[in-house]
Design a protein around this ligand. Structure first.
Ligand code: 8YV
Length: 313
């Protein structure tokens, strides 16, 4: 292990475990706490000392920041999403990009199931109802049944497959993705066909140029007024304007969303809708999983440091 201390830029807050691990290895600059002016001043004086950027999947690292760091060798992502890092640009600068694969799969799948049940059974609204004392004035309207629904999973990678395995206990599962897989679920090459064949459409695909806004007005129309949308992937996969319009017009029964186009800002039209369940990008946010994610980030950084801190070849 090369024990040379060097600088890491930390682009968002992390668990105490990860922050302690980073401080033990690097001089850590809490980049997200600096103003733009402070960042420019800091870069002018210190940029060559930075070998690592540590960031969240939802935050990534801009090309401008990469370009400003001549010694940068690694972008260590605390998460699996690489949509906020320009991978070809990183490669062109010999910057390796690491993620935390595998360790968060179960949590994301668990949350997807929780969101589906919460949405169809109206759990958040029912909780608010009891807390408000409204039960004493009468019962809540009936909710909708989960078991027996037809589930469509968009993206059958590790997370999508874990979601499908859980949902198979509730009803028939179908999926779409770039290719058919050896799985016991119906494959639809076309997202519109999958939406037509589904009561609940669950998004678990990566965000990239080919998935941006794939859930558009036509897909929502195909899902229909009895249909539900669940998103644990990325906000960019959904045309949020089209979603709001469909919900407002009653052309979609409801949506459960853990991710949004412009986090942490959530459009007022969604926040005030009675047809949605909203969570703050928390699919991997459990104590157990965040411990494992922290450890994988640190392992990735250690592997990089053991290579002598030089950029990837
Ligand atoms: C995290 C994520 O919320 O894995 C991802 O890509 O978006 C999430 O697990 C985030 O990256 C935490 O830093």
């Amino acid at each position: 292990m090369n024990d040379l201390r060097t600088i890491a830029l930390q682009l968002c807050p992390f668990s105490p475990r990860l922050e302690a691990g980073l401080s033990a290895r690097f001089d850590v600059i809490r980049w997200f706490e600096l103003s733009e002016g402070e960042q420019s001043t800091w870069l002018a004086a210190q940029a060559p000392g930075v070998h690592a950027v540590v960031t969240g999947g939802h935050v990534g690292c801009s090309n401008a920041l990469m370009a400003a760091l001549p010694s940068l060798g690694i972008i260590a992502i605390h998460g699996v999403g690489v949509d906020k890092v320009d991978l070809p640009f990183a490669r062109s600068r010999n910057v390796r990009v690491t993620t935390t694969p595998g360790v968060l799969t179960e949590d994301v799948a668990d949350l997807a199931v929780g969101l589906i049940i919460g949405l169809l059974r109206g759990i958040p609204a029912s909780d608010a109802y009891v807390r408000a004392g409204s039960w004493e004035q009468g019962d809540r309207p009936l909710a909708r049944k989960v078991s027996g629904r037809r589930f469509g999973v968009v993206g059958l990678g590790h997370i999508g497959a874990a979601i499908a395995a859980r949902l198979a206990a509730f009803g028939p599962v179908a999926y779409t993705g770039p290719q058919r897989k050896e799985v016991p679920y119906a494959f639809h090459a076309d997202l519109l066909d999958l939406a037509r064949a589904s009561d609940v459409l669950v998004l678990a695909c990566p965000a990239n140029a080919s998935t941006r806004h794939i859930v558009n007005a036509a897909v929502l129309a195909a899902l229909g007024e009895e249909g539900y949308l669940v998103n644990v992937a990325r906000g960019a996969v959904v045309d949020e304007g089209a979603l709001v319009a469909a919900l407002d017009a009653g052309r979609l029964a409801g949506a459960a969303l853990d991710v949004f186009e412009n986090e942490p800002h959530v459009p007022e039209a969604l926040r005030s809708s009675s047809r949605v369940v909203l969570t703050p990008h928390m699919a991997s946010a459990t104590v157990e999983t965040r411990i494992r994610m922290a450890d994988v980030v640190l392992e990735n950084l250690d592997a990089f440091r053991a290579g002598g801190l030089s950029p990837a070849q």
